[in-house]
Design a protein around this ligand. Structure first.
Ligand SMILES: NC(=O)c1ccc[n+]([C@@H]2O[C@H](COP(=O)([O-])OP(=O)(O)OC[C@H]3O[C@@H](n4cnc5c(N)ncnc54)[C@H](O)[C@@H]3O)[C@@H](O)[C@H]2O)c1
Length: 349
């Protein structure tokens, strides 16, 4: 099967794409490559089975990109709260309009299965413990509101198609682990990095807030299942992706990181309470898709630590910090606009 991964060069995508290729699928990627050339190794290894379009979900030509595609996994977009808050109109254009465009064009192109990547952050300030897919959503950020809107849009497209367009929404827990597009702005990864580099771990927002976590390889496994399982198991359904055991309070996560890295100091930062507080249940994906996670938070801490120690990941690379990279790209764009003559700054046409 050929699977299109939109946003396939990102943190999750650059792990998912080789995972799908190894499983025997052909893969098409569309991505702006805002975080660098993260698929070079996969391209080298899998050659023509991996088709790459450096293009934008808001403007690509569906006649080329959707060729032979049977399933789409949408990972594209601005991927955290502070980056989404930088410029609301850009977030709306990419995360909402772009997400809806991709789903609409996939359906028109005759794609059978559509997997939308949502987030457990749609639960926002969760009422109580053990939130399920049926619990009320209470998004507290533009990022999460956009997830709710596109989730609803894609699921409605599926319902209206009367079985022709099978839609699945995956609400991911906060992801951790190592990827070719490393992210040091996700809680497990950033705490491990700070403990390793500064011997300090900060606990913000009080520390009592619950958060579910999931390893990036387990996310890739869940996406593979959602894209290929029989329709009776997943079409029209929403799944939380993670595992009950990987729900932790932020202060407890900090204790675990401190315990893994000797002489690390815990620092409590007096910030406003973190509104994102959710403890989530994962029965639906376990029972519906027989999905079980394979990596614990402690595995992730050890993996990130080993990658830092070996130099496999660089904690100083700006591209590992989503907000910093988007601020940099925005400033670069504004600078180029103000200086360029006929598209050039130092050179000439
Ligand atoms: N990482 C997590 O903890 C987590 C948790 C829940 C949900 N998600 C969702 O999963 C998806 C992937 O997250 P990630 O961690 O891999 O983020 P990421 O930022 O690493 O990846 C997003 C990718 O989208 C690309 N992109 C951005 N705008 C684009 C556009 N207009 N056209 C084409 N490509 C574009 C970027 O270049 C990037 O490669 C996102 O939708 C995110 O909201 C992530």
């Amino acid at each position: 099967m050929r699977i299109l991964v939109a946003g396939g060069a990102g943190f999750i995508g650059s792990v998912l794409v080789p995972h799908l290729l190894e499983a025997g699928h052909d893969v098409t990627v569309i991505d702006r490559f805002y975080f660098g050339p993260t698929l070079d190794a996969a391209k080298e290894r899998f050659g023509e089975r991996l088709r790459i379009f450096k293009d934008d979900i808001r403007t690509f030509d569906p006649r080329i990109v959707f060729q032979q595609v049977e399933a789409v996994i949408d990972l594209a977009g601005i991927s955290n709260d502070p980056s989404c808050d930088l410029e609301a109109h850009l977030t709306e254009s990419i995360n909402i309009d772009g997400g809806k465009r991709l789903a609409t064009l996939a359906r028109e192109a005759g794609v059978r299965r559509y997997v939308y990547t949502s987030s457990c952050s749609v639960y926002g300030h969760g009422a109580g413990l053990g939130l399920t897919e049926a619990s009320p959503r209470n998004p507290v950020s533009l990022y999460a509101r956009a997830k709710c809107e596109v989730e609803d849009f894609a699921m409605a497209l599926g319902r209206d198609s009367k079985g022709a367009f099978e839609t699945v929404a995956l609400r991911l827990a906060t992801v951790f682990g190592v990827s070719p597009r490393m992210r040091f702005d996700l809680a497990v990864n950033v705490m491990t990095k700070n403990a390793y580099v500064n011997r300090k771990v900060s606990v913000e927002g009080g520390g009592k807030q619950w958060r579910p976590f999931v390893h990036v390889v387990d996310v890739a496994r869940a996406m593979h299942l959602a894209a290929t399982a029989e329709a009776s198991k997943c079409a029209g359904r929403v799944f939380n992706v993670g595992s009950d055991e990987n729900n932790v309070q932020i202060a407890h996560l900090a204790y675990r990181v401190r315990d893994a890295i000797p002489s690390t100091e815990l620092v409590s930062v007096g910030t406003d309470p973190d509104l994102r507080d959710y403890n989530v249940k994962f029965d639906t994906i376990r029972e519906g898709l027989d999905f079980h996670t394979t990596r614990t938070i402690d595995d992730g801490i050890q993996e990130v630590l080993a990658a830092l120690r070996s130099g496999k990941v660089d904690p100083d690379d700006r591209r590992g910090y989503t907000l910093r990279q988007y601020v940099f790209l925005r400033e670069a764009e504004l600078t180029a606009q103000s200086l360029a003559i006929h598209g050039h700054i130092l050179g000439t046409a």
